[in-house]
Write a protein that binds this ligand. Structure first.
Ligand SMILES: [Zn+2]
Length: 278
């Protein structure tokens, strides 16, 4: 139930996700959760060219991109974390890693950083440890802000068994949440979602309801991560123009969504991060 804890400081857009338990009363209708997330469905009626492969599956190469934004999404399972990855981290990252109490939190953070560094290292022909990442908080200057890198937009997410990192040339937001069958959907939805959204969720029962709520939540978080905190207060209606959001299939136990600031649906490439971690 750790995902349902208190929110981080309001100004802090770290690469650590908030969970659905964040009681943000500002509502959004960033998309209706479906009965399942087997097919990427944009809340803005986006039809993705890509049908996500499962986590750990083969490369999900998609069709020709044309002029569309291309987003790479790398997934790994928490069990892939190895102590040796610490060698790629800088001093700020090592400090943060050391601050985690629970092993699983350490593993999630370590994997997020390692995937980020190794994927960027590959992209820019650099050693992973030489990749320059900036986590300066835009509000207080401490190194707990959203992670940034020169020349590429990225978004890190982790929950349950999964860690994901999205890279693109346009601002991206990636969010994964483990479906918690025991969550009080009605209770959380009542404080976090609009009355319409609560009514939509009422059509579901049991685990389907938990999945629908989680799908809703990940889309909302993905949009917020893509647009930054600045839009948080305005995200009360449909997904704003110029933002594409779609669900990614990550299996029955989790829900995931990807948002991209783009006029057109992006070309999404799903990558198995195992190839970076061996
Ligand atoms: Zn700060």
């Amino acid at each position: 139930m750790d995902r349902w804890g208190p929110a981080r400081p309001a100004h802090r857009q770290a690469d650590v996700d908030t969970g659905p338990g964040v009681t943000d009363t500002r509502r959004t209708t960033a998309g209706r959760p479906g009965a399942d997330a087997a097919g990427p469905r944009g809340a803005a009626g986006v039809e993705s060219a890509h049908r996500a492969v499962g986590v750990g599956g083969a490369r999900g190469a998609v069709g020709v991109g044309g002029g569309r934004a291309v987003v790479e999404v790398w997934w790994a399972r928490v069990g892939a974390a190895r102590d040796g990855f610490v060698g790629d981290l800088d001093s700020v990252e090592r400090g943060r890693l050391a601050a985690y109490v629970r092993e699983v939190d350490r593993a999630r953070f370590l994997l997020g950083v390692t995937i980020t560094r190794r994927a960027l290292g590959r992209r820019f022909s650099l050693l992973a440890a030489s990749v320059s990442l900036d986590r300066t908080c835009t509000e207080c200057g401490k190194p707990h802000g959203k992670v940034r890198a020169e020349g590429v937009e990225l978004s890190v997410t982790h929950s349950g068994d999964l860690v994901g990192v999205a890279f693109g040339e346009r601002p991206v937001g990636l969010d994964v949440e483990k479906v918690d069958a025991g969550v009080d959907v009605d209770g959380v939805a009542r404080v976090a979602l609009s009355a319409d959204d609560v009514r939509a969720l009422a059509e579901y029962d049991g685990i389907a309801k938990a999945r629908a709520f989680t799908a809703y939540w990940t889309r909302r978080e993905a949009v917020l991560k893509a647009t930054g905190e600045g839009l948080r207060g305005e995200l009360r209606g449909p997904v704003p123009a110029g933002i594409q959001v779609q669900e990614l299939d990550v299996g029955a136990d989790h829900r995931a969504a990807l948002a991209v600031v783009s006029a057109e649906p992006p070309v999404v490439r799903i990558e198995d991060a195992t190839q970076l971690l061996s």
